[in-house]
Write a protein that binds this ligand. Structure first.
Ligand code: MN
Length: 737
């Protein structure tokens, strides 16, 4: 391409472009690169020129085109930043320098270095989005000419493209760029897989020979009948996106059915929905595949309606419906808006549509794409280690997102698979820390619920509440994970200290000796401790026997006869319960909020406990509290340790769908199908089986011991009644372990 051709290309879409700047950059770069040649023998200058040409396809401003021409001069010639500043202004100098820095980063080296480099890359591109646009065009041209590179270099460049640049292009909404980068890189990284997929695609094309043109014609006719002006563009999925889907979903090519995709481009927002109506009344839809990204746009401003139908040849067909303006954004992403950066008005025929609720969420494409960058960079500033940052970035960069709203309409973007806990932490760390429940679209749901696009999420909070350690397994975002880690460390220590204080109080009461914090503090050196809470936490964890604390305060104290009395084995549950009450006199009951207690809560291992049961908690230092129904025979094992008995009660949310363990024993006649009948009754009563054992008995009977999960005692009673009603069942009852 010649100098005048480049300038002409730019002035065609931007008549106000600074031709002098473009000419000067062209001449300067050409002279600087001089006689340098590329791996394919072309003059080196052909490369920056092609990069500039790619950017004119994206209709970028004159400064960006100039930067593209100059992008390799500092790195590869004797040009300097100050010289470029002097000739082209500081703005362009800064951009060229940014690109020079990125070029030196190795993004596929070992983990720590990679993270550090990724951090630098994001910092460089966050300063000005044009750095990223030029870098992507640079990478695209290098990929197009990759076959001229020595084979040993190709792998690394292709890998880096697949891992970093293609997802970045996608993140910025530049789908065409992303696909081309991926296809070329895929050919280098995994030629065998590419070959297999291409062969299969060819077979498929043969089998469904006219599918694409049939659908294009058919839809075109139906749209015309309804007065909808539409372009229908059919295509097969690209090999790399097929490969990724096969990998991600672990399915074979045969199982992949939606290989055919269509884009329906219409004139107006209303026509999008009208076209959708035509499609849905023509072919049966595939449930769960409908997505309205028009009412809820993606983070990168992508807007379209997606749906999948069973097409005329019984093949799954995916359709994307959008307007011309949306189509342009879908293809060029952030670059579709970059032209307006310098205050140039949008051209006619490119109306800027706003989705409903736009004002609520402060909709703006650039703002949104930048917001992702800003958030990522905020992470990087907060993160302790580069590895941790990489974890964040991988999550953020390589996963799809879901968009949810606060009740006030604030948009919260989260990675796919995120839960209400992620949402709460994304709103604010304090909100996350004090979360106790959630309402999604007005309904109370479990905190483990996977959020969906468009969900309205209302976090229910309780001040003073602390997150559970187990939440770490429920979250997807790095922010939530690190906040939970921090909060639970503090909370666990506090809990153990509280438990320790309880045990110390009891030890003093048993010894009939007085104590207060001052006495305890004075005794700390004798326990080789320096902090009161640390000492109490040590007692709570079972590391320091409470008796030792008494002895540390009163060195002359002698424990009279520790745990020597043998309780009568025939003690009734009632007696035990009153004894438990006595042992707990004056101490507030510990509330058991289902599993929400911050101290680890377990249920009686051989029989469980369910809401509605009268219960006793047994403290096991270092482990937590185990909840037993008052009827459990196991409780007598703890008769000698009244210090470990806790008076507890249920405090379960009525709306909670939490389940609790219980064991039932069933005697059944050995008949075919009996076991199936029993399990069906359990399933039909909305209960789960977590374990099942069968014991043969004499006389054609078997005993089934089944561990099930139920909501409460009423539920359990209903399940048992249902089982008893079966003709083959001779008896069914609950087992208290
Ligand atoms: Mn270059």
């Amino acid at each position: 391409m010649r100098q005048y051709e480049l300038v002409e290309r730019v002035t065609r879409y931007n008549p106000a472009a600074d031709e002098g700047l473009l000419n000067k950059a062209y001449v300067y770069a050409m002279q600087k690169h001089g006689a340098q040649i590329r791996a394919n023998g072309d003059p080196y200058f052909s490369h920056p020129l092609e990069v500039a040409a790619i950017l004119t396809d994206l209709k970028l401003d004159d400064a960006t085109i100039a930067v593209a021409l100059l992008h390799d001069t500092i790195e590869d010639t004797d040009a300097t930043r100050s010289e470029i500043d002097a000739m082209f202004g500081e703005d362009i100098g800064r951009l060229v320098e940014g690109l020079t820095k990125i070029k030196k980063l190795d993004l596929v080296s070992k983990k720590a270095a990679q993270a550090e480099n990724l951090r630098k890359l994001l910092l460089a591109i966050s300063a000005d989005i044009r750095v990223l646009l030029v870098k992507l065009a640079d990478r695209l041209h290098n990929m197009r000419t990759l076959h001229f590179m020595p084979p040993e270099k190709r792998g690394r460049i292709a890998e880096e493209t697949l891992e970093i640049y293609a997802p970045l292009a996608g993140r910025m909404g530049m789908q065409d760029m992303r696909e081309e980068l991926e296809e070329i890189a895929f050919r280098v990284v995994n030629p065998e897989a590419l070959e297999t997929i291409v062969r299969r695609l060819a077979e498929l094309a043969l089998r469904h020979k006219d599918l694409i043109s049939d659908i294009e014609t058919d839809l075109g006719r139906r749209f015309a009948e309804r007065g909808i002006n539409a372009r229908v563009i059919g295509r097969r999925k690209r090999p790399y996106s097929i490969f990724r889907k096969m990998e991600r979903k672990a399915v074979s090519f045969e199982q992949l059915s939606d290989i055919f995709g269509f884009r329906v481009v219409v004139d107006s927002l209303e026509d999008c929905y009208a076209a959708l109506g035509v499609i849905h009344t023509t072919w049966p839809t595939v449930p769960g595949r409908f997505k309205d990204y028009i009412s809820t746009p993606k983070q990168n401003d992508y807007r379209s309606i997606h749906t999948t139908v069973i097409g005329p040849q019984h093949q799954r067909v995916e359709l994307q419906i959008r307007t011309e303006a949306m189509h342009r954004v879908a293809e060029f992403g952030i670059a579709a808006h970059a032209l307006y950066k310098d205050g140039i008005a949008p051209q006619k025929g490119m109306p800027v549509e706003r989705p409903p609720g736009a004002s609520l969420t402060g909709f703006s494409a650039e703002v949104k794409a930048y917001e992702w960058l800003r958030r990522t960079i905020q992470m990087l500033a907060d993160g302790d280690t580069p590895e941790e940052f990489l974890e964040h970035t991988k999550l953020e960069l390589f996963q799809d997102q879901v968009f949810c709203f606060t009740p006030k309409g604030r948009l919260i973007a989260l990675p796919r698979g995120a839960t209400p806990i992620d949402f709460a932490y994304a709103v604010h760390t304090n909100v996350g820390d004090t979360t106790v429940g959630v309402r999604i679209n007005g309904r109370t749901m479990a905190l483990s619920t996977e959020l969906q696009n468009g969900d309205e999420v209302e976090i229910i909070r309780a001040e003073g509440h602390v997150p559970q350690a187990a939440w770490e397994n429920l979250v997807r975002t790095g922010k939530a994970r690190s906040s939970i880690r921090r909060a639970t460390r503090v909370a666990v220590r506090k809990q153990y200290a509280g438990l320790g204080r309880l045990l110390v109080e009891r030890a003093f009461r048993k010894a009939e000796l007085a104590f207060d914090d001052a006495l305890l503090k004075a005794a700390l050196p004798r326990l080789a401790q320096s902090d009161l809470d640390d000492m109490l936490a040590g007692v709570g964890r079972g590391e320091i026997p409470p008796g030792n604390v008494v002895k540390a305060v009163y060195p002359d104290y002698r424990d009279p006869s520790p745990a020597s009395a043998n309780p009568s084995p025939s003690q009734s549950a009632q007696a035990r319960r009153s004894r438990a009450k006595k042992a707990n006199a004056g101490i507030a009951p510990v509330p058991i909020r289902g599993i929400e207690g911050n101290l680890a809560v377990h249920y009686a291992p051989d029989g469980g406990a369910v809401p509605g049961d009268r219960i006793i908690g047994i403290i096991t230092p270092g482990e937590g509290v185990t909840i037993y129904p008052i009827q459990s025979p196991s409780l007598k094992n703890f008769d000698e340790f009244p210090d470990r008995w806790l008076d507890v009660r249920w405090e379960v949310d009525q709306d909670s769908d939490q389940r609790f363990p219980a064991r039932i024993s069933i005697t059944v006649l050995n008949e075919p199908g009996t076991l199936a009948q029993v399990t069906q009754v359990i399933a039909a009563a909305d209960s789960n089986i977590s374990n099942l054992r069968i014991r043969q008995m004499p006389d054609d009977f078997s005993e089934l011991v089944i561990d099930i999960e139920v909501a409460n005692l009423k539920h359990l009673t209903r399940v048992i009644a249902g089982i008893r009603a079966l003709p083959a069942v001779s008896s069914a009852s609950r087992v208290y372990g």
